[in-house]
Design a binder for this molecule. Structure first.
Ligand SMILES: O=C(O)C(=O)C[C@]1(C(=O)O)C=C[C@@H](O)C=C1
Length: 274
C-alpha cells in the first residue's frame, strides 16, 4: 500500500512539487487538504502517515501560524526541503493582462508578487486555498476575466495560457517545507535540529542560551519568536541549528534544558540546503 502524505492544496501546487521532490511519486499517495489545519488533522487522526507543510519563504518570511500548529500538536520535523518558487500568471487562452479583472491565489503567493500587481491597478487580488485550485476551476468552468498564479508546468496541466512569467518580487524566491510526523526517529545521520524554549524575563537569559549553543559549536541559522498563548506579551523561541557532530547537539540541549523553561526538541534531521 502506498504511504499517505498530507499536503496543503491540490496537484499542480507548490506543495505537490515539494512532495514529489521529497518522495518517490510511485510510492506515495498525496492527500489533498484545503487548509494547513486540515493537513494537521489528517496527520493527527492517522489518515496520513506524514505531512509536507510550508514553514517559511525567502520573500514573505515565516508562516507563524504553521509554527503554532507544530507546537500545539507536539509534532516532529523529520526532514526539510527548499523549493525554488516561480509564480506565473495564467488565464484562459485568448486573453491579455488587460482582460483580467481578478487574480486568485494563495495568500503567500499574492504576497510574493505584490510589486507586479502594484503596477496592475485594474486587477483585484483574491485569496484562495492554494495556487493550483483557482487555475483548475478557471479551466473547468471556462471562467474568463480571472487569472491565477501558478508554478511552472501547471498552466499545461490545465490547458491555460501563461500571460506573464516569473512575476515574484525577486527571482531568488524559495520556500522551505518541512516533513512532519507524530514521532521522530533516531537517525544518526542528522546535522540540523529545531528546538523550542522559553526563558526567564531577566537580562541576559537569551544570551546565556545562545552562548551555550556557541560553546558546543552549534551554528544558529534561524531564531523565531512566537507568542505564548495564555501568557500575554511573553514569547517562546524556536531555533534552527546545524552541527557536524550530533553528540554536540545532545550535550548542548542538555545544558540548555538547565537554563531555559519548557525546552523541547522539535526535530533532528538532515539539512535540505544544497
Ligand atoms: O499554493 C501553493 O502552491 C502552495 O503550495 C502554498 C504555498 C505556501 O503555503 O507558502 C507554497 C509555496 C509558495 O510560497 C506559495 C504558496
Amino acid at each position: 500500500m502506498r504511504k499517505k502524505i498530507a499536503m496543503q492544496g491540490i496537484k499542480g501546487s507548490n506543495h505537490y512539487k515539494a512532495l514529489t521532490e521529497l518522495f518517490d511519486e510511485d510510492e506515495v499517495e498525496a492527500v489533498e487538504c484545503n487548509t494547513f489545519q486540515g493537513l494537521i488533522n489528517s496527520l493527527v487522526s492517522g489518515a496520513s502517515e506524514k505531512a509536507v507543510m510550508a514553514i517559511e519563504n525567502s520573500i514573505a518570511g515565516s508562516i507563524l501560524p504553521n509554527y503554532r500548529l507544530i507546537l500545539d500538536h507536539k509534532l516532529q520535523v523529520t526532514a526539510e526541503h527548499y523549493l525554488n518558487i516561480s509564480h506565473n500568471l495564467v488565464a484562459l487562452p485568448g486573453q491579455t493582462i488587460e482582460d483580467l479583472v481578478k487574480v486568485k491565489s494563495h495568500q503567500m503567493a499574492l504576497h510574493q508578487c505584490s510589486n507586479f500587481f502594484t503596477e496592475q491597478r485594474h486587477i483585484h487580488l483574491i485569496e484562495d486555498v492554494d495556487t493550483a485550485l483557482p487555475a483548475q476551476i478557471i479551466a473547468q468552468q471556462q471562467i474568463f476575466g480571472v487569472g491565477a498564479l501558478v508554478p511552472k508546468g501547471t498552466a499545461e496541466l490545465f490547458n491555460l495560457k501563461v500571460i506573464a512569467e516569473d512575476v515574484q518580487n525577486n527571482s531568488l524566491n524559495e520556500t522551505r517545507f518541512v516533513v512532519l510526523e507524530k514521532q521522530g526517529h533516531t537517525n544518526p545521520d542528522v546535522d540540523t535540529a529545531t528546538l523550542q524554549f522559553e526563558i526567564a524575563h531577566e537580562s541576559g537569559s537569551l544570551a546565556k542560551v545562545l552562548n551555550t549553543m556557541a560553546g558546543f559549536e552549534l551554528n544558529l541559522s534561524k531564531i523565531q519568536s512566537i507568542p505564548i498563548p495564555n501568557d500575554i506579551w511573553k514569547y517562546a523561541f524556536i531555533v534552527d541549528v546545524s552541527f557536524s557532530n550530533p553528540v554536540h547537539f545532545q550535550k548542548a540541549f542538555s545544558e540548555i534544558s538547565k537554563i531555559s523553561i519548557n525546552p523541547t526538541c522539535i526535530g533532528q534531521y538532515k539539512s535540505g540546503k544544497s
